[in-house]
Design a protein around this ligand. Structure first.
Ligand code: ASP
Length: 309
């Protein structure tokens, strides 16, 4: 059994391992771990306290994929519920669909009995107002909701990844089943309705017991363009080692020299439960991991592929 997370503070890792030790599945453990990150107001890239869009509305995205069945569920632009990972799990388990967004996702959350929450914290509201007033030069931030043209403001969208950002969990349970989950508030100050890679199955995450799993953080627009998570797993299917598969998926990202908007990290696990994490650049990303004999999470150091643009 093993739990790995992109959250280098290790939030939720112990609880995910406890879920496994109680006999829970990899799906249970991924959900348990990610829910704690979603409830952590200190984390400005996920759930409660996450970065809002340009209008000051926090829009959450999440996905979960069960590598045993290849079942998956995803939600995007959820503005009124704290735990998109749990809504995504319900989509996976209760619907024939795999992906709901906006009002439909919230309607489904209501039907499933989830409680509504206010996601914009006072600190994040203040940060949004400051950004809009001081950097964008708009005196009244609330006037933006009536603006006819927000296009020119999309250049202010930023990746909260540099602070904390999106969370990825990948878990292998006692049966050898692998599950992957992702949750995010996406880029701060994004255009309303923008989805990054995080809820997109195959781009932001993918899991297959037979070969392994991968999930991404960073510039979601880029991970979508080269299907980073599915590619990583597919490269393992084609016979590459974990290290080579992640490196190849990073080289795919290297090809995106046009509209290269930021970095992407790929957290990955092979079918035997070996973990790694990789990015493009010269400073390898770290990730948290925990196996049953450990008393808490430790930090692993990943790999880098040089930028070859
Ligand atoms: N990948 C996320 C997105 O594009 C952001 C992040 O990982 O920080 O929405």
């Amino acid at each position: 059994m093993i739990v790995i997370s992109s959250n280098s503070r290790g939030v939720g890792v112990v609880e995910a391992m406890e879920a496994l030790k109680r006999g829970g599945t990899a799906v249970d453990a991924v959900e348990a771990g990610i829910r704690l990150v979603e409830s952590d107001p200190e984390d400005t890239g996920v759930g409660l306290g996450g970065c809002p869009n340009i209008l000051g509305v926090v829009e959450l995205d999440a996905q979960i994929m069960d590598g045993r069945t290849l079942n998956a569920g995803a939600v995007g632009c959820v503005a009124r519920y704290e735990h998109p990972i749990s809504i995504a799990r319900m989509v996976m388990e209760k619907l024939v669909h795999v992906f709901l967004v906006g009002e439909g996702a919230e309607r489904f959350a209501r039907e499933m009995g989830f409680e509504e929450a206010t996601l914009l914290t006072p600190q994040m509201r203040a940060a949004w107002e400051k950004k809009v007033r001081e950097e964008m030069g708009i005196v009244d931030p609330s006037s933006l909701k009536d603006a006819k043209d927000l296009r020119h403001l999309s250049k202010w969208a930023t990746d909260p990844y540099t602070k904390m950002g999106t969370v990825n969990f990948i878990v292998k349970d006692a049966n050898g089943d692998i599950c992957m989950g992702v949750s995010t508030s996406g880029w701060g100050w994004k255009y309303p309705g923008r989805l990054g890679d995080s809820p997109v199955i195959g781009a932001g995450g993918y899991a297959d017991n037979l070969y392994g799993a991968a999930a991404c953080t960073g510039a979601g627009e880029m991970a979508i363009r080269v299907s980073s998570a599915r590619s990583t797993v597919l490269y393992m299917k084609m016979g590459m080692s974990l290290h080579d598969a992640v490196s190849e998926a990073l080289r795919d990202l290297n090809r995106l020299t046009d509209q290269r908007i930021g970095g992407v990290s790929i957290l990955a696990m092979d079918r035997d439960g070996r973990p790694t994490c990789g990015n493009v650049g010269d400073s390898p990303p770290s990730y948290a991991y925990m196996t049953p004999e450990m008393t808490g999470p430790a930090l692993g150091t990943g790999i880098c592929v040089p930028f070859a643009g």
